[in-house]
Design a binder for this molecule. Structure first.
Ligand SMILES: Nc1nc2c(ncn2[C@@H]2O[C@H](COP(=O)(O)OP(=O)(O)O)[C@@H](O)[C@H]2O)c(=O)[nH]1
Ligand SMILES: [Mg+2]
Length: 318
């Protein structure tokens, strides 16, 4: 739960940039939340707050988080005697909420290799694509990567991961279609260890015949890595499609309860007006958001930076 009192200290605002590429990618969310609503010098007043309340509700931010946002905005007005421009007021009000879930993806030092990253999430949210992008990111940090195709249910899934492997020039461990994902992981762990690989990223299946099956499969992957080496450090990254709105919240709760989630990667922010879900995820779940996906290409993954995100949403909104 977001602690307003604890986080409400004024955060320093940073310099504004020219229209950023993030702002372009977030244009639908930007339009739905803040577009055409203000003139730059307008102070926040009740009319604008009411309008914002409607917009956040329409954008699937949910009643509870919208209430919180309205309280944050109202508190900001009370604190201000001078008339700050709208962007600055709203930024000061909402930045602490987003800051509370900003956290870098970091590979722990001095661990027995490989660092195991399990990429989980329901079908179609962008797991395999994200694995491809994440591989490039980790390689750019001068770490070696191996991929494991643990979505053995569809032949096309392995094929898709192989393409990302080629693009990144990294090896992909896979087995024939329908084989046991646990066996793929064990193979991949052995190969990673033998080749002194820093990070093993596992692309998992999202669709099994029911939710229990899906969760059991991921739990099994966990057990296999423990069997291989109990000291292996691992991280579970949950991929969520921003366009699914409140479903993303439900999915997070389910994954969190059954397998635990260390971080969220929120994809497809480029194609949706529902990016306001970020506020809800931050308020209701308080799980770090490590990256955002803003397109289908290899470079369309960015670290989630609260300041950049809110600046992008507030750019050119008047
Ligand atoms: N626009 C956009 N499309 C994405 C993004 N991430 C993934 N996709 C697309 O979403 C679709 C499903 O992605 P995939 O990685 O196969 O999902 P998976 O089933 O979870 O592995 C593909 O067409 C991807 O190109 C993103 O950040 N933005
Ligand atoms: Mg996939």
């Amino acid at each position: 739960m977001f602690d307003f009192k604890k986080n409400s200290k004024k955060l320093k605002s940073e310099n504004k940039t020219e229209t950023s590429s993030l702002s372009v990618q977030l244009k639908q969310t930007r339009a739905s939340l803040f577009g055409m609503l203000f003139s730059k010098k307008t102070p926040i007043d009740d009319t604008i707050i009411n309008e914002l309340e409607d917009r956040f509700l329409l954008a699937d931010v949910g009643i509870k988080t919208t209430d919180l946002i309205i309280r944050l905005l109202t508190a900001t007005i009370k604190k201000k005697s001078d008339v700050l421009c709208f962007n600055e007021q709203i930024k000061q009000a909402l930045l602490p909420l987003l800051k509370s879930v900003e956290q870098n993806f970091t590979i722990p030092k001095n661990i027995s290799k490989p660092y195991l990253v399990l990429v989980v999430g329901v079908n179609g949210v962008g797991k395999t694509t994200t694995v491809g992008k994440l591989t490039k990111y980790i390689k750019s940090e001068n770490k070696s990567v191996l991929l494991a195709a643990a979505d053995t249910f569809r032949a096309a899934a392995t094929e898709q991961l192989n393409i990302w492997g080629e693009r990144n020039n990294v090896k992909v461990i896979s087995q024939i279609n329908g084989s046991d994902p646990g066996a793929v992981i064990y193979d991949a762990l052995q190969s990673a260890r033998a080749n002194n690989i820093d990070v093993l990223i596992v692309d998992t299946a999202g669709r099994l015949h029911n939710k229990k099956n899906l969760m059991d499969e991921i739990k099994k992957i966990n057990r296999i890595s423990d069997k291989f080496d109990i000291t292996i450090k691992k991280e579970i990254l949950l991929v969520l499609d921003a366009g699914t709105g409140q479903n993303a919240v439900t999915q997070t709760k389910q994954f969190k309860e059954s397998i635990g989630v260390d971080g969220i990667i929120l994809t497809k922010l480029d194609g949706t007006a529902k990016g306001g879900i970020v506020f809800r995820l931050a308020d209701e779940l308080n799980i770090p958001i490590k990256f955002i996906g803003i397109g289908e290409k290899i470079d369309d993954l960015q670290k989630f930076k609260a300041t950049e995100f809110i600046d992008a949403l507030l750019e050119n909104n008047s």
